[in-house]
Design a binder for this molecule. Sequence first.
Ligand code: CO
Length: 423
Amino acid sequence: MPKRITQDIEPVAGNGLLHRRLFLKRGAAALGAGSLGLMTAARAKELPPWMQAPGRALSGYGSRSRFEGHVQRQPLSAKGTDGAGGSWTPLESLEGMITPNPLHFERHHSGIPDIDPNRHRLLIHGMVKRELFFDMDSLLRYPMVSRTQFIECSGNSYLAGLPAEPVNATCGALHGLVACSEWTGVPLSILLDEAGVDPAAAWILAEGADAAAMSRSVPLAKAMDDALLAIYQNGERLRPDNGYPLRLFLPGYEGNMSVKWLRRIKVAATPAMTRDETAKYSDLRPDGQALLFTFPMEVKSVITSPSPGLELAGPGLYQISGMAWSGLGRIARVEVSADRGATWAEAALSGPVLDKAVTRFRMAWRWDGSPSVIMSRATDETGAAQPAREALIAAKGRKFTYHYNGIQAWRIGSDGQAGNVYA
Ligand code: CO
C-alpha cells in the first residue's frame, strides 16, 4: 500500500503536489510518523512470538521472507513456441534503483540453455589478425570493471500506450521489461584489441549459445566504446535466465542486442542482417517501410506507486514514487503532474544519478479524494524529453511496436483504485 504522509507543506502544482524538499534531509523526518496511531502503546510493548524462541538455522544461500512470496515476475509464453516468451518485472513492488536478480525480467527466443561453464567457449573471429577463443577460466583472468546500468527490451511499454483502448494491468505488466543491475565483466575492447581488428571492419556479429542461436549485429564503435562481457550481476554470477555464464552488455542499447549465453563474436565490414534485426526489432513506419538499427532506448519514466493494484486508503498525504531512465545518459529532471498535465512540479531525484541507470524519483501528494490523473515526464542530460502519447503516435504512427516511450498516466478513482488512462 502506498505510504501516507502526515505533515503538511505548501503545494507547488495543481491538485495537491507538494514541494520536493519534503524528501531532502530533515524534511524526510516528517514522512515516517504515519502508522504509529494504528497500534496502541500496550500492544507495542508486548513481546511478539518470534522473540520467544530461537529463529531458524543458518543457510548456505539466502531466501526472502515467506511473507514476500507474492512478489513474482509475470511470465508469458509465445503461443505455439518452445521456450519463447518473456516475464515482466513487478515494478510496483520494488523500490530504489536496483532490480533483484530473481525478479529481473526475461526475454528468451528458444528457452534457457543449461550451459556447463567448463565446456562454454567464446570465439572471436572474422576480420581479425588472429582468431581467439576463451574458456571461462581464461576470461576471468582479464581486468574487470563494474557498471550500474539498466537494460530494457525495445518492446517494453508497447501495451501501455499503443492499443486503441487502454489496457488495464499492473505497472510491471505494462512496463516491466526494464531492470537495473550492477554488471561486472571484461571490456570487449580489450579482447578485440588483442585479436587485432582489421581497419576495414565496421561491425561485429554477436551470437548466443541458445537453441535459437539468437544473434545481432553491433556497430564496431559501440563494441570498442563501452561493451562489456558480463560475468557477474549484482555481485553474483549471472543467472541462467540472464545469460549464464557469459553475456554481452551494451549500455543504453535495446536489450535484445545484449546477447545472452554469448559464444561467438565475428568481426565484419557490414551487418549480418539476421532475423532479429530485420523481421523483428525494426520499426514499421506509417508508410509501411521498416526502420532498421534503432539502437539507443529513449528517455522514459513511470510512476510505480500509486499504480494499478496499489489502492489508496482514503484522502491524505502520499508519496508518489517512480523510476526514470535514458539510454543516452543521465536523468536530468523528472516532473510530476496530478491534474492531468495542466500543471507540473519537479520531483526529488534519489541519488546516485548514474549514466544509463534507473533513477528513482519521489514527490509528495496531498490527495483530496477526488478523481485524479497522475503522470510523470523525464528529461535526460542531452535535453531529450519524454513525449506525450499523442505526440509520439503523431510522429511515428501506430504500426510500430518498439521504442514506445510515451508519458504514462494513471487515473485514481474516488475509491482510491488506479488504472491505465490515455490523457
Ligand atoms: Co530498435
